[in-house]
Write a protein that binds this ligand. Structure first.
Ligand code: ADP
Ligand code: GN1
Ligand code: MG
Length: 375
């Protein structure tokens, strides 16, 4: 039965589901997960005495404007990962995403309303976490994203399309932000003068990573680019991460993007959208756990400049994300999904609070980094 609440009713789900090569009798379909971008559903099928779940996603084609290229990236990257995982004795059905084909062939559907749909095997006996319960969990997160980069270190970069140009180009994000402030289409700029001032005061640091890349001080690599805690899945039996998911933004990038984006979301005492800033502070113990795992797993053949770029990335990815949330707030909440008034503003404020905490503890962050780099 299709649930009668939520966004499921907006689409002809039965018809969409019938196009995919699922086995068995469909018994339910409901919205699922907490992503900010795509519409995600869990669809369950009765196959004999078993219930088999799948993930079905409506791809946000306003954000991902070339779905064909997006799907080609995912198909190439997951095929490559499957070979690597199999060679290493792992289970490719659980340790990476597996696309479900359409009955007529192909791995995504365009429906009559111009919406794009894809489906994945549901990774069972695993959970997504929105918050870190214990530092050990964040260590595993570091291992997972470090290993992800390591597994893809020989992936032919020329095969990858740049899905969202300038995705982590912080100076370009700053220009978008300034334009949103100037245009102020919602008349909200007056309410966020302090946040605007905070970001403008940091303009000169926006090019720290792009500058290092342009000067050849750090190498380009295949990176995930959206390394939030809830983009990986913890095995419920081992407590380790079994799979890195949300591969929409796998693109050429730098190591610091992945390291930094994980830190901004996970090394904190509060949620990304916590409205009470007293509950939000940068957590050095969590920073240490992630750093230890990431450096252990990503391979240590890094020049000093690349190691240093990780701490720069932690601060800069946090600042960039805060700036993106504020840009969206100023533009009327058109990019990130929101579920309450001022949601993007709350998100922006947590990120800026973390930036300010990190700036007070930068030398401690370097000390921790070098503790694990020198091992
Ligand atoms: P978004 O781009 O909107 O963040 P995601 O691809 O991250 O979308 O999916 C949203 C959520 O759906 C994830 O955080 C996770 O909880 C769940 N999810 C996605 N893919 C799978 C999968 N293959 N198996 C189980 N859960 C999944
Ligand atoms: C989005 O898709 P999701 O929810 O995993 C966003 C990231 C942001 C993040 C902030 C394609 O990630 O860049 O860092 O929200 N993804 C895209 O929580 O813009
Ligand atoms: Mg996601």
């Amino acid at each position: 039965m299709i649930e009668r609440n939520g966004i499921a009713l907006k689409h002809n789900m039965q018809r969409i589901i019938s196009e995919f090569d699922f086995q068995g009798e469909m018994i339910s379909c409901r919205p699922y997960g907490n992503g900010h971008i795509n519409d995600t559903y869990i669809v369950q099928f009765q196959v004999g005495n078993n219930i088999v779940p799948y993930i079905l996603q409506r791809i946000n084609h306003h954000i991902f404007q070339n779905v064909d290229m997006l799907m080609e990236n995912i198909s190439n990257v997951t095929a490559y990962l499957k070979t690597k995982i199999t060679e290493q004795g792992g289970n490719p059905l659980r340790e990476t995403l597996n696309l479900i084909s359409l009955k007529k062939g192909g791995d995504y559907l365009v429906d009559e309303d111009g919406n794009y749909w894809r489906s994945y095997l549901f990774i069972t006996d695993a959970i997504c976490r929105e918050r870190i319960n214990q530092p050990e969990d964040f260590y595993h997160c570091g291992v997972a994203f470090g290993s992800f980069q390591n597994l893809l270190s020989d992936f032919p970069v020329s095969l990858l399309h740049e899905i969202i140009p300038n995705f982590h180009n912080t100076p370009s994000r700053y220009l978008d932000f300034e334009q949103a402030v100037q245009q102020d289409v919602m008349g909200r700029a007056k309410k966020v003068k302090d946040e605007i001032r905070f970001i403008r005061a940091r303009e000169s640091s926006m090019s720290a990573l792009t500058g290092m890349l342009e000067r050849g001080e750090i190498p380009q690599r295949v990176t995930h680019n959206d390394t939030k805690l809830n983009n990986c899945m913890f095995d419920i039996y081992t407590g380790k991460i079994i799979c890195v998911i949300d591969l929409d933004t796998v693109m050429p990038g730098i190591r610091a993007y992945d390291f930094g984006d994980s830190i901004r979301f996970g090394a904190t005492t509060g949620a990304e959208d916590e409205p009470d800033l007293k509950k939000v502070s940068f957590s050095m113990p969590l920073f240490e756990s992630y750093t230890k795992g990431f450096l252990k797993a990503c391979g240590l053949e890094m020049k000093k400049s690349e190691v240093d770029s990780l701490v720069i990335g932690a601060r800069l990815m946090t600042l960039e994300c805060g700036m993106r949330f504020l840009t969206d707030y100023l533009q009327g909440d058109v990019y990130f999904k929101t579920s309450r008034k001022d949601h993007n503003l709350d998100r922006c404020r947590t990120q800026l609070k973390l930036v300010s905490d990190m700036e007070n503890q930068i030398s401690g962050m370097y000390r921790i980094l070098y503790r694990y780099y020198s091992v």
